[in-house]
Design a protein around this ligand. Structure first.
Ligand code: UGA
Length: 425
């Protein structure tokens, strides 16, 4: 396909990865963001967040001249394709806040030439596309919904090895967007805008359901002397179920699952439907975050003055993202209960000014002298540490609560520690 001119709004995970990967595929891309400090970081050749492989793709794009960055204030005209990848944060009521999406679409209506196609990558509730089309249609701009399924930590790989491309919108516009993806070997789901929008929410809600289901089985395993890792392995071998997203632990976090499950629940209520299953998924996830606190209280009694280490702060490994990270909620509760908390993370650093806990430079420093450790993120460095030595350096009762079932419990016990996993007696 001939190279196309693409304007991308938003230099977050989705926008930056989309822009850089499209540039790598030969298209001419300008990525715009309102955050000038982010633009300075990018101009200096750095990536504003930790994402494996992204720096190389951006570097290639900039060197070839295919990838540029700018501020929307300087925008005179848009490319023939306009990707919208700005945030849709949750409002207090749980709905998606569409302010940023709407202001981008208003600007696009002024700057795009007739015939341009908007590609909505931000996660927006079903019905949004129909309403945004009302702004774009009068100026001859087409609207398509093209939800993104990439995961933080493997975003570049997910782009080039996508398992599906979902395109919702008028047929001719959908075919033009499909051509933009030429070279990516993935099935294309062509559908209406509302269906495309719902595919995104339903996918995230289903993955969250798998996690909460595994966590419910874990709670049962604790009572039955069964091992959840083995149980879910056995369950996941059924191809109708599949092995992915069945790992029990202290629950899902991040900028997507918590927000999207709540938004879908809100949208359901708004449309007169009470989504019972989704409510239970959200509730189970909330309870999983309380499990380490309850276990610590069972073993340590009153937490006042106790030294607690929290290993791993990010919501999952291979990212520096701490949004909705279970670790932070657990730390807040521990601190409120009077514990002295020392946290450690290989990459994620919480702004020291706003944090209520001490941050250690190494895992050993965080764990030394602690009465208990909560493992909140399965970073390889944490999972494969010498837990015999670490447990031996702790103070009584040397409790290691493994919230991600990633550590060898025998090693902890060999160091004189007490090991408790999730559904893993
Ligand atoms: C998720 C989806 O996986 C992506 O497909 C989607 O594009 C993205 O949201 C989005 O909507 O933008 P992400 O939030 O990057 O991606 O992270 P995941 O790898 O899905 O993990 C989410 C959370 O679930 C993490 O806290 C992780 O620890 C937890 N998890 C995951 C489990 O507790 N158990 C599992 O088996 C898998």
């Amino acid at each position: 396909m001939k190279p196309c001119e693409v304007t991308v709004f938003g230099a977050g995970y989705v926008g930056l990865v989309t822009g850089a990967c499209l540039a790598d595929m030969g298209h001419r891309v300008e990525v715009l963001d309102v955050d000038r400090s982010k633009l300075e970081t990018l101009a200096a050749g750095e990536v504003p967040f930790h994402e494996p492989g992204l720096a190389d793709v951006i570097g290639r794009g900039v060197a070839s001249g295919n990838l540029r960055f700018g501020h929307p204030d300087g925008l005179e005209s848009c490319g023939e394709f306009v990707v919208v990848a700005v945030g849709t944060p949750p409002t207090t009521g749980g709905a998606a806040d569409l302010r940023f999406v709407r202001s981008v679409v208003d600007l696009v209506a002024k700057r795009a030439a007739p015939g341009a196609v908007v590609i909505m990558k931000s996660t927006v509730p079903p019905g949004t596309g129909a309403s945004l089309s009302e702004t774009l249609s009068p100026v001859g701009v087409e609207y398509t919904s093209n939800p993104e399924f990439l995961r933080e930590g493997s975003a570049v790989r997910d782009w080039f090895k996508a398992d599906r491309i979902v395109l919702g919108g008028p047929e001719a516009a959908v075919e033009r967007v499909a051509a933009l993806y030429e070279g990516i070997d993935a099935p294309i789901v062509r559908c209406g805008i509302a269906s495309a929008e719902l595919i995104k929410y339903a996918s995230n809600a289903f993955l969250a359901t798998k996690i909460s289901f595994a966590n419910e089985i874990a709670r049962l395993c604790d009572r039955l002397d069964a091992d959840v890792d083995l149980v879910m392995h056995g369950v996941g071998l059924d191809p109708r179920i599949g092995p992915a997203f069945l790992k029990a632990g202290i629950g899902y976090g991040g900028s997507c699952f918590p927000k999207d499950t709540k938004a879908l629940d809100y949208l359901s209520s708004l449309n007169g439907y009470d989504f019972h299953l989704l409510k239970a998924v959200i509730d189970v996830n909330k309870r999983m975050r309380l499990l380490p606190i309850m276990t610590l209280k069972d073993v340590l009694g009153d937490l006042r003055g106790k030294q607690i280490a929290v290993a791993g702060l990010t919501f999952k490994p291979n990212t520096d993202d701490i949004r909705e990270a279970p670790a932070l909620e657990i730390i807040d509760t521990l601190v409120a209960d009077g514990a002295q908390v020392r946290g450690y993370d290989p990459v994620g650093v919480v702004d020291a000014g706003s944090s209520s806990f001490e941050q250690a430079a190494t895992l050993a420093e965080a764990v030394r002298g602690a009465n208990a450790v909560v493992i909140a993120t399965e970073w390889p460095e944490i999972a494969h540490a010498d837990w015999r030595e670490l447990a031996a350096a702790m103070d009584e009762p040397r409790l290691v609560f493994d919230g991600r079932n990633c550590v060898d419990g025998d090693a902890v016990r060999a160091g004189g520690g007490n090991y408790v996993g999730v559904g893993r007696r």
